[in-house]
Design a protein around this ligand. Structure first.
Ligand code: ACK
Length: 814
């Protein structure tokens, strides 16, 4: 008897879960959830960590462990599963316990009673109350983004509304088990006319200052791991009479990308990105980073430098107080002016470069003042102690004037700013003459060294000249390659002298190293071994060919190097390496690539090929398309690499002939293996093999089956004829695949590996067939190689004849 009710209950639950909206007649009970339209966020009841308390919250979906983005009743937990969210027609969300007592309310109200009100969980993770058909921010009656907990999500505004007085800031959780307000907050500087900076505050003490805002980001936030090139964070700073806030906007749409920023319960601000492959959060930047991030740690006029010991010193023109002075004054300040100011006309400013600008609480900002006017304004006011232009985007316009002590200054190794500090005339004179003295000493030393160097140089010149002539001859042959020539020393530095630790692997033509250029860019260096088969011709070919090509599915060549005997290609670094390192690996690595990723990889490779064959400035046949030559970036997007064997065709040229058959067995089409004929259809054949390998997770060459001797192509054809194509699928993705996409991929692959060139589809057709759902032509028996016997050492494979007899299919075929 109970069964129908239980079934009905689960049906209700499932229907409910797919909704992102509830109206005034619907309640949400513990156990029920609503899901944002894009499937990224879910709202419902949860218990954090080991706690038994129940809370209403919003969490990220598809993460390996539950990650909360917002909690409603963080201070008033429910002690059992009886919680219900009600929603009244005045726009109020109410959380009610088993006694009917309201334990949390959104405290919002619509201007009039309205039955068309809805509560909706938006794609951004924002829970909003609004009239049913309203979409804009201003129309929301209430939104959870105005009441954040410890998490900042892109699109949220942190700051203050001067009209309502509401301040929006983050507050840490007490602990992982307890979302109630912890000790730490992240707040914007709150005085209306102050320049923008952020503080991490413990109770009411500033722990760390992040900023000031430099027009692009908050200085003092460490360089985070770069977001993928197609995504950019833009900080939007809004300051007007009514409000002052900042928000971040993600530009460039990668639907899988998720980011969050939290204040942890131990007072750190942490930015993390979700890694789609393992659904785990990767921390990309954390503040505070080091000792110098402790707010004001070196006292007023002190300067912290993490690169020297001790970290704390005084700004130039200031000196350490004696211990007597410090104890007499009974404060922690340790720096004082070496020479007191008298506001005389000779007083001026000393420029400190690469600094974190002092706390702007003591500063006044003028948006339109030039740096020269800024200096004059500071000079004309005896209590002005320093000035700077905080905004690096305005070309020198914008002026901050500090009055009183300069606090929380540090030296940055990179990305610091210029600060001009007022000093007494005699101090400036002393500083500048000591700088001049130093300059003179440096000049004398430099001159003597130069003389010695010139002599040495002359001796070396002849030797270098000889070497240079040799390498420039090679460089000239590169013609008009559109990528820079990079010096060997730079590459050596980037790869730690080609250390074994940096080695990524060994390609056909030599080792590949990971490197990091001086600016921080990660690279992969393909170093052609002297003994390799890739001579100067193939090298030139690869540079000239790929330098002219730019597409998101082709690996990007950043530069090349020819010096002496060394020949190197410098590529963008692909953090997930090659496709074969996933496809043909052990179960756990294989299963990282689920079906939807595999299908996207198939489509990405097809688009890359379309560009090579048709859309680029050249018509290029790759000739060595295989899983090992598909590299995967941070987001598992495929990029075709290794253009050493590629050939450029003239626009009206369709086919070429070679006596030297190159490529990789298992991927070579019959007309090329036997007659040396190649065309874009050779790449189509290799693509077909590759697709079957991606679907099946097995190599074509070396494929064994207990029932027959066919290779993967033969096996796929057998299954196709028996209407069992789905049996081809890699075991470890059985849980994730879409049958229609798998069947379509196999069908298209079989068309690509046809024996006769004219039976294979052209590249635009391949791309179109993969992206549509319409009927497909029927494949004939593919060109598959008879299984090679163990002792067959022939490098040119034997072909089975293709018999054009069966027109039988699973996907509709014409
Ligand atoms: O499969 P893998 O780990 O990925 O091993 C090979 C190895 O170098 C020899 O080709 C890796 N490799 C090649 N080019 C790149 C690149 N641009 N970024 C990262 N790894 C690369 C490849």
């Amino acid at each position: 008897m109970l069964l129908p009710y239980i079934t009905f209950f689960f049906l209700m639950l499932r229907t409910f879960r797919s909704l992102d909206t509830v109206n005034v007649h619907q309640n949400i009970s513990d156990g029920e959830t609503i899901v944002s339209g894009n499937g990224k966020f879910e709202l419902g009841f949860f218990s954090p960590g080991s706690s038994k308390n129940r809370y209403l919250g919003i969490w990220f979906m598809n993460t390996s462990s539950q990650t909360l983005a917002w909690v409603a009743n963080r201070e008033t937990p429910l002690i059992d599963n009886s919680g219900v969210v009600k929603f009244d027609n005045q726009g109020k969300l109410l959380l009610v316990n088993s006694n009917g007592k309201v334990i949390w309310s959104s405290n919002s109200s619509a201007s009039s009673t309205n039955t068309n009100l809805v509560a909706q969980l938006l794609d951004t993770g924002n829970l909003v109350v609004k009239k049913e058909n309203k979409t804009s921010d201003e129309d929301f009656i209430w939104q959870s983004f105005d009441y954040p907990g410890d998490t900042y999500l892109p699109g949220m505004k942190l700051g203050k509304n001067f009209i309502t007085g509401r301040e929006t800031y983050l507050t840490s959780w007490r602990s992982a088990d307890d979302p109630s307000s912890g000790e730490y907050t992240l707040r914007f500087s709150m005085v209306n006319d102050k320049y923008q900076q952020l503080y991490i505050i413990k109770s009411s003490t500033i722990e760390t200052r992040i900023g000031p805002y430099n027009g692009i980001s908050f200085s003092g936030r460490p360089q985070s791991t770069p977001v993928p090139a197609i995504l950019t964070y833009v900080i939007d700073m809004v300051v007007n009479q009514n409000e002052m806030y900042f928000t971040t906007v993600l530009i460039g749409k990668d639907p899988t990308f998720m980011s969050r920023t939290i204040v942890t319960s131990n007072g750190k601000l942490e930015v993390s990105h979700l890694i789609p492959q393992n659904r785990e959060w990767m921390s990309v930047s954390t503040v505070p980073v080091d000792y110098c991030d402790n707010y004001g740690v070196c006292g007023p006029y002190g300067s912290c430098n993490i690169a020297i010991s001790p970290y704390c010193g005084c700004l130039k023109g200031f000196e350490q107080k004696t211990s007597n002075e410090t104890s007499l004054e009974n404060n922690t300040s340790v720096c004082r002016r070496s020479i007191a100011l008298d506001c005389g006309p000779e007083e001026g400013f000393h420029k400190y470069s690469s600094m974190k600008l002092p706390d702007t609480e003591n500063a006044v900002y003028s948006r339109n003042m030039s740096l020269r006017d800024c200096e004059l304004a500071c000079k004309n006011n005896c209590s002005c102690t320093a000035y700077a232009n905080p905004n690096i985007t305005t070309g020198g316009v914008g002026c901050l004037l500090w009055y009183g002590e300069l606090i929380d200054v540090r030296v940055y190794p990179i990305n610091g700013q210029d600060l001009y500090v007022r000093l007494a005339a005699s101090e400036l004179l002393e500083l500048h003459s000591s700088i001049n003295r130093k300059k003179r000493v440096v000049m004398v030393v430099t001159l003597s060294i130069s003389v010695v160097l010139v002599l040495l140089g002359l001796i070396l010149a002849l030797h270098i000249r000889r070497k240079w002539k040799k390498s420039s001859r090679s460089s000239k042959q590169m013609g008009s390659a559109e990528v820079p020539l990079i010096g060997l020393s730079k590459i050596s530095r980037a790869t730690n002298d080609f250390s074994v630790d940096n080695k990524l692997g060994e390609g056909g033509f030599g080792p590949v190293y990971k490197g990091v250029l001086d600016g921080g860019q990660e690279i992969a260096v393909k170093r052609l071994s002297k003994s390799s088969g890739q001579g100067l011709d193939e090298f030139k070919n690869e540079v000239i060919c790929i330098a002219k090509l730019q597409h998101r599915n082709l690996v990007k060549l950043l530069g090349y190097c020819i010096q002496g005997d060394e020949k190197m290609l410098i590529y963008e670094y692909m953090s997930n390496k090659s496709l074969d390192s996933f496809l043909f690996a052990d179960e756990s690595r294989k299963s990282i690539l689920d079906w939807s990723q595999r299908f996207q990889i198939i489509q990405g490779i097809a688009r890359g090929l379309l560009y090579l064959h048709q859309d680029s400035r050249l018509k290029v046949v790759h000739r060595d398309l295989k899983a090992g030559n598909i590299l995967l970036d941070h987001f598992m997007r495929p990029k075709i690499s290794d253009f050493g064997l590629a050939r450029m065709f003239k626009e009206d040229e369709n086919e070429a002939n070679t006596k030297r058959v190159v490529g990789t067995l298992g991927y070579i089409p019959p007309e090329y293996a036997v007659n040396g004929l190649y065309s874009v259809k050779s790449d189509i054949f290799s693509f077909g093999v590759l697709v079957l390998e991606i679907v099946g997770g097995k190599k074509n060459r070396g494929f064994v089956h207990e029932d027959h001797d066919d290779n993967l192509l033969g096996h796929a054809w057998r299954l196709y004829k028996e209407n069992k194509s789905l049996d081809l699928i890699d075991e470890c993705i059985r849980a994730s695949y879409s049958p229609s996409e798998v069947l379509r991929s196999i069908h298209v692959a079989l068309l690509c590996v046809q024996q006769r060139v004219e039976d294979r589809p052209d590249t635009p057709t391949v791309v179109a067939m993969l992206g549509s759902e319409g009927p497909l032509p029927c494949p004939k028996k593919p060109a598959f190689f008879i299984h090679e016997s163990e002792n067959n050492s022939s490098s040119i494979p034997l072909l089975s004849s293709s018999v054009n007899e069966i027109t039988f299919s699973q996907v509709d075929c014409r």
